[in-house]
Ligand binder design. Structure first.
Ligand SMILES: [Zn+2]
Length: 339
């Protein structure tokens, strides 16, 4: 094949190849095939040695023009592909959207935060204590001596370690605060508690409580009623929330009471949620028993006060109308993302 024939063949072939290139990769292959280091055009350059010195410059010029024509065709074709890519990036409102879940706070955590906010607005600080307790702090110091029938009220997880158990209530933190600090006290204690309960709609072996303690020089039962009634109004968001106190028994308070709120569903008339009573129990409270003060070396002549405890899950169930406590622990996204 003469130089001329080769030249004609390449000139026709590269145009056809570029036309057929369907991807950027194909175009790049065309570039390498014709004008790469060992491409067709360079092969002809190498053959120019057979020509006479007079003929060579004209051929050199001719081949350089061919090379720049191929370069231009390759670049034009690449440009077409990049324009196509840009078009594909254009936002298409008819495409289905990407669904993303917005994270939410677990209802128990949310209620705990709300309770903390309310009590801090009433001047209470927050105290924490260990979940593995001594039986002294969990029972004895709270006026529940060994063999006392009140210990039977708490189905306790005892640990193999001597004298250690999983706290059955948050009340031992009261004792720890009083042991380590001088009065007055004005604290709430949020945290987990453990009891050997079977799991059902209103029981779980792990649950949350918020304990409260207010001790000062002139604290009486009216303060207890005032603080807790105010809490109920703020928590259930309504000045129409009625409260009532019923006598009760706790070993660590005397006198003791349980506080009910008027049923939110029937407004006190009686319905299935409140077992037709019109009232719902939300917490236990009472004046701190002098025996407890004695264990903590607090002078009962000088100081007095009240304590209370509430179940966080129960409050969450009442507030959100949840019928079964197990929903809190099942980690079912459909339940949790409602909060
Ligand atoms: Zn009711």
């Amino acid at each position: 094949m003469s130089l001329n024939e080769k030249y004609e063949k390449i000139s026709a072939a590269y145009l056809q190849d570029i036309k057929e290139a369907g991807t950027l990769q194909d175009v790049e292959e065309v570039r390498v095939k014709y004008i790469g280091r060992s491409g067709e055009v360079n092969k002809i350059f190498k053959e120019l040695g057979i020509l006479s010195p007079e003929e060579r410059p004209a051929w050199g010029k001719k081949l350089n023009i061919l090379k720049s024509d191929i370069t231009k065709s390759v670049e034009d074709k690449k440009e077409q592909f990049s324009q196509k890519d840009e078009k594909e990036d254009i936002f298409d409102p008819t495409m289905p959207g990407n669904y993303s879940r917005f994270p939410s706070i677990h209802p128990v955590t949310g209620i705990l935060r709300e309770i903390k906010d309310i009590f801090s607005s009433l001047g209470f600080g927050v105290a924490y204590g260990p979940e593995i307790e001594s039986s002294y702090h969990n029972f004895t110091a709270l006026n529940i001596p060994e063999d006392h029938v009140a210990r039977e009220m708490h189905d306790t997880f005892y640990l193999n370690q001597e004298d250690k158990l999983l706290r059955t209530h948050t009340s031992p933190v009261q004792v720890r605060v009083m042991e380590n600090n001088d009065p007055p006290y004005n604290i709430i204690v949020p945290g987990k508690c453990y009891r050997r309960d079977t799991i059902d709609a209103s029981h779980s072996p792990v649950f949350h409580q918020v304990e409260g303690l207010m001790v000062d020089k002139n604290i009486n039962f009216a303060d207890l009623k005032g603080v807790l009634a105010e809490f109920a109004k703020l928590f259930f968001k309504g000045s129409d929330v009625k409260t009532r106190f019923r006598p009760s028994y706790f070993p660590f308070t005397e006198p003791s009471a349980e506080m009910d709120i008027s049923c939110r569903i029937c407004q006190g008339k009686g319905c299935s949620s409140c077992s037709q009573k019109g009232w719902l129990e939300i917490l236990g409270a009472g004046m701190v028993d002098p025996e407890v003060f004695k264990h903590c070396n607090v002078d009962t002549e000088k100081w007095q006060g009240f304590a209370f405890g509430m179940g966080v899950e129960r409050l969450a169930m009442l507030k959100y109308g949840i019928s079964d406590m197990r929903f809190f622990y099942l980690n079912d996204i459909r339940f949790l993302e409602q909060f």
